[in-house]
Write a protein that binds this ligand. Structure first.
Ligand code: GLU
Length: 485
């Protein structure tokens, strides 16, 4: 059996859309699940769409996502170069061959003529009237001798139909008369994507072509090219669209109005690469059993093409956030501290607080890393707060007992010989017992005084411990002042 080879072939046109990342992931998984190679090829033949820095984003995204390529511009390989602009001279001889065999022709039409064509009803939506398809040879020779610029176009059969089988979408048939005589080589000498992808996939020994289903309608044209060269046709795996949920409950193609649509923005929003990869794996692929949590290496074992679905997948941000929370919970506290540190520092600056303890109180309740700074900003500075906060029905605190509890706690804590979790805990619990009140009746006013807000990660004890003796007592003094106690 032939070794499975897949390729991820992005065009460097900007950030990495989740649809592109899913394509890369599925290519990677198809290769790895069958002991094959995963190739990275940069498709930069459309120089007008080239965006500076986009190639670095591709490398960085693949690296962060853990999709290690076996061959590519940066790691080399037997089938290089892996950047299409560096392969520029390889394509023309193939196009010339097609001219010789009658499957392609030179088109000398000027820009002006093509523009004028668009003004006609028939070609208003693009297309070409095949004007140069049957130029007499003398005419061609004359134009060539004059140095007239030309493109090379594919000569589509005018009758019959072209069929192929897609591994996801099944049998697809297109009437040949509907196929445009598409450009293969442009006037600037560069191949079009439509030509280069076929040549490169063949020369690089690609066995499975995985891409978005927007390419489904072009695939018959690629097939005609494979056939014209007498090359083996790869397995096509076209992936379903990714949709977003609209506010009114309907769905439409995933776009910015649904939320972040590229990997970089999702990272900035506080998602973990592992969670995004796990979630994206399920956008169009359905595992055998009900398990949804997969590490990349588990996916490498589980993935199979026959469980890719052709129905559109819906990108559900709430579900992604749930995955993210699960990945956060599954980390060790130390790992989470490392991951969360930039966000913790954002809130506390370089204050010498125990970031491991802060991480510990955050971990179970964080579903996105970006929630962190706001959740803990009270550590940096006691916020302005209203004395109403001291009154809480559930904890049985009211305007009368809150100052009493806070004062009693303050006195006990001040006398505490060591400021650490268990000591603070025991001190406050035995105080509640002594006063004959619920633990909460003591804890609530203490936590309000320490944090200045109703909702905090961690309880009174954890917060006091992290703040340290001096800061804790000073915040409690402020609280007592506020309550005139
Ligand atoms: N360069 C194309 C793109 O970025 C790749 C399509 C393909 O995989 O063949 O959409």
């Amino acid at each position: 059996m032939k070794k499975v080879r897949t390729r991820y072939a992005p065009s460097p046109t900007g950030s990495m859309h989740v649809g592109n990342l899913r394509t890369a992931l599925y290519e990677y998984l198809i290769a790895k699940s069958q002991g094959g190679d995963f190739v990275l090829r940069i498709e930069d033949t459309d120089q007008e769409r080239y965006v500076e820095g986009a190639v670095d984003i591709i490398y960085e995204t693949l690296r962060a996502a853990g999709l290690k390529h076996d061959e590519g511009p940066d790691v080399g390989g037997e089938y290089g170069p892996y950047v299409q602009s560096e392969r520029r001279d390889m394509y023309r001889p193939f196009a010339e061959k097609l001219i010789e065999s009658g499957c392609a022709y030179r088109c000398f039409c000027t820009k002006e003529r093509l523009e004028a064509l668009k003004e006609t009803e028939e070609f208003a939506n693009g297309g070409y009237d095949r004007h140069c398809r049957d130029l007499p040879q003398e005419e061609i020779d004359r134009l060539l001798a004059e140095g007239t610029p030309y493109v090379i176009r594919q000569k589509m059969p005018l009758t019959g139909s072209t069929s192929f089988t897609d591994a996801v979408f099944g049998e697809i048939t297109a009437p040949n008369e509907e196929l445009q005589d598409q450009i293969l080589i442009k006037t600037d000498g560069y191949p079009t994507y439509n030509f280069a992808n076929v040549i490169d996939d063949h020369l690089m020994g690609i066995t499975h072509v995985v891409r978005g289903n927007e390419y489904l309608s072009s695939t018959p044209k690629y097939n005609l090219l494979y056939e014209a060269f007498g090359w083996e046709i790869p397995t096509y795996v076209h992936l379903p669209l990714i949709m977003g949920k609209n506010e009114d409950g309907s769905v439409s193609k995933l776009s910015k109005r649904h939320g972040s649509t590229n990997f970089g923005d999702l990272m900035k929003e506080g998602y973990l690469p592992e969670a995004v990869i796990n979630y994206i794996a399920l956008l169009g692929w359905c595992p055998k059993d009900n398990n949804e949590m997969f590490t990349l290496s588990e996916l490498e074992k589980e993935f199979s093409i026959d469980r890719i679905s052709k129905s559109p997948a819906i990108f559900d941000y709430a579900k992604l956030e749930w995955f993210n929370g699960e990945y956060i919970k599954a980390m060790t506290t130390e790992q989470f501290e490392q991951t969360a540190l930039p966000y913790i520092r954002q809130a506390i600056g370089d204050k010498p607080l125990d970031t491991l303890r802060i991480a510990a109180i955050l971990q179970q309740r964080t579903t996105k890393l970006t929630q962190i700074p706001e959740a803990i900003d009270f550590f940096a500075q006691l916020p302005e707060y209203d004395s109403e906060l001291y009154i809480n029905k559930k904890s049985k605190t009211n305007a009368e007992n809150a100052p009493v509890m806070l004062k009693a706690a303050y006195d006990e804590l001040k006398a505490l010989p060591s400021w650490e979790h268990d000591a603070i805990h025991d001190c406050l619990i035995s105080l509640a017992e002594k006063l004959g009140v619920k633990n909460g009746t003591v804890m609530w006013p203490v936590r309000i005084a320490a944090a200045g807000r109703k909702v905090t990660p961690g309880g009174a004890i954890e917060i006091l411990e992290i703040l340290g003796r001096e800061e804790s007592l000073s915040r409690m003094e402020k609280g007592l002042e506020m309550l005139n106690a």
